[in-house]
Design a protein around this ligand. Structure first.
Ligand SMILES: [Ca+2]
Ligand SMILES: [Ca+2]
Length: 200
């Protein structure tokens, strides 16, 4: 009985050793990097909030072990099994252009990168706007935005009386027009977000 167990144990060890050797040989022999394509987001995409990252990856040798996703060269997410998808929270605090890229690693540790997708995080934050002073016919408006102000418009009542697209926002309005109603300013950022000032 004791002999039988010893033989089984020995065979088992041999099988594990042989399997280990096969794995080692396959990994050793795999010197070809996997193929990887970034499917989403695509170049030109305008994203906000929760963004789905999708890659297509293939390795003909040991197989794909993982796909990592990078935004502007910084790691943001990984997928360790197919389908190669992950999620990334595109923060609107920092809108603007970003480069997204996928990196595939095969079981032998070979890596390759996809082409970069040039995307934009949408600016959803409206500007801040206020009327600083009215000096005779000259109206000075303050406006700030997390990205950029496109223009400032000035209203008396519901009538548009002046537009300024260059900082500082100072516009001349006929004093007779200023008497026509409540004065307020409207600021529009480069993404089209709008805010009105308090009535002056
Ligand atoms: Ca490979
Ligand atoms: Ca904005």
């Amino acid at each position: 009985m004791k002999v039988k167990i010893a033989v089984v144990a020995l065979l088992g060890t041999a099988a594990v050793a042989a399997w280990g050797l096969t794995v080692l040989r396959a990994r050793d022999a795999d010197r070809v990097a996997p193929n990887v394509t970034l499917v989403a987001p695509a170049t030109g995409a305008v994203v906000r909030g929760d963004v789905r990252l999708v890659a297509r990856a293939h390795d003909g040798d040991t197989g794909v072990a993982r796909v990592d996703f990078f935004v502007d060269g910084e790691w943001v997410a990984a997928a360790t099994a197919a389908p190669w998808t992950a999620r990334w929270e595109a923060t609107v605090d920092h809108p603007g252009e970003r480069l997204v890229q996928a990196k595939a690693t095969d079981e032998a540790g070979n890596t390759s990168y996809s082409a970069e997708a040039d995307i934009t995080i949408a600016d959803e934050e409206p500007p801040a706007v206020w009327i600083m002073e009215v000096d005779g016919s000259s109206v000075r408006v303050g406006a700030t935005d997390n990205v950029a102000i496109d223009r400032v418009e000035l209203f008396v009542g519901t009538a548009l009386v002046a537009v300024d697209d260059e900082h500082p926002f100072v516009v001349d309005v006929a004093e007779s027009e200023l008497d026509g109603g409540a004065l307020k300013a409207k600021a529009i950022d480069t993404s089209g977000n709008v805010r009105y000032s308090e009535v002056y």
